[in-house]
Ligand binder design. Structure first.
Ligand code: PLP
Length: 375
């Protein structure tokens, strides 16, 4: 028997996934309306002006949104953030990377540099799921890598250079970019995909690269030796294409249309300051509810490490989280399951800029209702 949640209690939109995440209707309409009848965008060449204009809008919009410092450039390519880990291993790490790992995504990048036969085994600074590992100054590494927001656990880290280093800092901002405040001068590469805060589809990577990162890629790729840098993983090749508002190979044009629409929507609302405040309001609602609830509690114990964009809430042993998630799903409240490998009795809530804070409040009421009906 499915618990029937009263319709007056339901959120206006039931998509709370941590990626792919809620796509706003105007983004979908932008697909229909992209270009004009004389110059359509969908179904036309990515080497011609209509699609190049779209890439130019994305690059320019992101430069505005992130207040791009002098000399930084917006680079993009195909394959998503997972592909970018391999780009970084091939094109940015000289000999050895340090990884801060406190969940699945940080650990996956560490595994990528460990597997690269031309790199030394990485230095790994690890913290238990639910807390944050911090980058630590080291004399033996030439790249520091950390997630901005660890989507698998709902913990976030500040974007900050380790003191006293002039080596590169790489920030996996896949789920943080567009939702959390950032000063890009504190990192050399801030990379992400379009399917989280930007509410588009997956498949692309975008990287905001400092002059030092651009110079490093040129140096590493020219260094020869045992290293093989496939063209697909070459950051300098991606940069050369990006400078012409193109990608090395064919991108998903629809993904670019929805991304451009979202970036311009955020800018129109007040930019990153607006979107990060909105996510922080949603998070306050979610964590405030959990702290006041007898059978729920925030998974991340230190409030400053609690993500303002992906919230994880533990339920105690009296409540079966997977049953709650199932009943919510049957009522159209979607994708609040925890990260599968974490294996906790938990719900996880994507609170990206597209999500209405009022809908997060409605979600908490729906959870209360379902638990009330089940116990
Ligand atoms: C979703 C996610 C990824 C993986 O992104 P893909 O585009 O699917 O490769 C990597 N890192 C973080 C922090 C993520 O949230």
């Amino acid at each position: 028997m499915t618990v029937q949640i009263p319709s007056s209690m339901l959120p206006s939109d039931g998509r709370f996934g941590s990626g792919p995440s809620k796509v706003r209707t105007p983004q979908v309409l932008a697909l229909r309306d992209a270009g004009d009848p004389a110059r359509p965008v969908l179904g036309t060449s990515h080497r011609q002006p209509p699609v190049k204009d779209l890439v130019r809008r994305v690059r320019g919009g992101l430069a505005d949104l992130f207040d791009l410092p002098d000399g930084y450039e917006v680079v993009l390519g195909n394959g998503g953030s997972t592909a970018f880990w391999e780009v970084a291993a091939a094109s940015l790490v000289r000999e050895r990377a340090q990884h801060a790992t406190f969940g699945e995504f940080g650990a996956k990048f560490a595994a990528a540099t460990r597997r690269a036969p031309f790199l030394a085994a990485p230095e790994v600074v690890e913290a238990a799921a639910g807390s944050v590992a911090y980058l630590t100054p080291s004399d033996t590494v030439d790249v520091y890598a950390t997630p901005h927001n660890e989507t698998s656990t709902g913990a976030m880290a500040p974007v900050r250079r380790p003191t006293g280093t002039d080596q590169l800092v790489l920030t996996d901002a896949t789920s943080g970019a567009g939702a959390l405040p950032v000063d890009l001068r504190e990192t050399d590469v801030y990379y992400f995909g379009p399917q989280k805060a930007f509410g588009s589809d997956g498949g692309l990577w975008l990287a905001l690269c400092s002059p030092a990162a651009i110079a490093r890629a040129a140096e590493v790729e020219a260094s020869g030796g045992d290293r093989w840098v496939p063209e697909f993983l070459s950051l300098t090749t991606a940069l050369a294409n990006s400078r012409q508002d193109q990608t090395l190979n064919t991108p998903a044009v629809g993904t670019l249309v929805m991304l451009a629409d979202q970036v311009e929507w955020m800018l129109g609302q007040g930019g990153l300051e607006w979107s990060s405040r909105r996510c922080a309001s949603s998070a306050e609602i979610l964590y405030g509810w959990a702290e006041g609830c007898e059978w729920a509690s925030p998974f991340v114990t230190d409030p400053v490490e609690r993500s303002a964009v992906v919230g994880t809430i533990d339920l105690d042993e009296r409540v079966d989280a997977s049953a709650v998630v199932g009943h919510l799903r049957d009522n159209g409240v979607l994708d609040v399951f925890p990260y599968r490998k974490l294996g906790r009795n938990q719900i996880r809530v994507g609170m990206f800029p597209s999500v209405e804070p009022d809908d997060v409040a409605a979600l908490t009421e729906c959870v209360e209702y379902v638990v009330g009906e089940l116990t």
